[in-house]
Design a protein around this ligand. Sequence first.
Ligand code: UDP
Ligand code: MG
Length: 322
Amino acid sequence: MNSDRQKGILYIVVPCYNEEEALEASATKLLDKLHKLTQKELISNKSRIVFVDDGSKDRTWEIIQELYKKNEEIKGLRFAHNRGHQNAILAGMMYSRKYCDYTITIDADLQQDIDAIERFIDAYNDGNEIVYGVRNSRNTDGIFKKFSATLFYKIMQLMGCDIYENSADYRLMSTKALNALAEYDEVNLFLRGIIPNIGLQSTVVHFDVFPRMQGKSKYSLSKMFTLAADGITSFSIKPIRMVFAMGILALLVGVGMIIHIIYEHYFGYTVSGWSSILMSIWVLGGAILLSLGIIGEYVGRNYLETKHRPRYFFWEILSRDK
Ligand code: UDP
Ligand code: MG
């Protein structure tokens, strides 16, 4: 490892899930970038690209094997089954920290502008341990993704999570930061929220996002939903408090209703109470179900955390290092 920050060993970590269409083109571009950076003496020639195959069902792993055979800069890690983007990145970083000075994580479709890598490295050389990539705009996203992402970041900030709006999992982390990250052993993983929590010296690099060139998005709606739920529940117990507040509110309304009912009983026509009873059944029933859902979400996550299952296993590792 390098004690001087200049010419550090860079490991680029690339999570891949069913990326057979995109992988070869992306590997060529990344290798090209790595060579240029080495020539410019910005990084060490021991720098590598680590592809993490997140249990793909297509030819992704075969392609990684071929790339590994042809290029000594390439390494491959393989999960036995799909563990999700966050786990794939984490596994890649945790593997890499033994060999490198810093990692940069980037998506396999290279939607993120790889020319920002130089600026990431400059920021690292200036003494930052974490460099966040923040996207310039969401113009390449569809309306739904744009809307849901904005809503998600707003909710996260409201919940008190220290997150950069529009930050991506395109970021640089030094081994120091990675070692700190390794101490967080929660199963419900939301890296964008955890990493700012580490609190080491950091900065932000802005980058452009391009449309996906090959293949389709591997982030299904349900995967996006799980990520958002992980993010919110792993950072805050505010939703539970909100349920509590809602309960108090319902109770107050209930007291008001009792007064109203007593009044009606003595001075009004009781039969006319039909609509208000029905309404309160629906409103309260809804509130109870919602509250139970929120609490259930936390109980469920608690269950997963206490089991302490391993987050991933490597099925195969392609590496020339011992
Ligand atoms: N990915 C992964 N596991 C998954 C889903 C996605 O490793 O279960 C990877 C995928 O191969 C890509 C990155 O995560 O490298 C981002 O996925 P994608 O580009 O499909 O998401 P989008 O850009 O549409 O948000
Ligand atoms: Mg993408």
